[in-house]
Design a protein around this ligand. Structure first.
Ligand SMILES: [Cu+2]
Length: 66
């Protein structure tokens, strides 16, 4: 699943997002791209949970088109 993560501005942000995602149950892999502000998540994880978790952490998130 690919997400658009707003408000990621530096490597500190990507580290924070990475840590939040890693803490979620079912996540097997994470690829974060700061330049495109996207995060790709592998594993059996609920998209709504990802969106809620990152948005609450200060990074408004939505599901990417694909
Ligand atoms: Cu930052």
């Amino acid at each position: 699943m690919k997400f658009i993560v707003d408000n990621m501005k530096c490597s500190g942000c990507t580290s924070a997002v990475q840590a939040k995602l890693q803490a979620l149950e079912g996540v097997e892999g994470i690829t974060i791209d700061l330049t495109t502000k996207t995060a790709e998540v592998q594993g059996r994880v609920d998209a709504d949970l990802v969106i809620e978790t990152l948005t609450e952490a200060g990074y408004p998130t939505e599901l990417a088109d694909q």
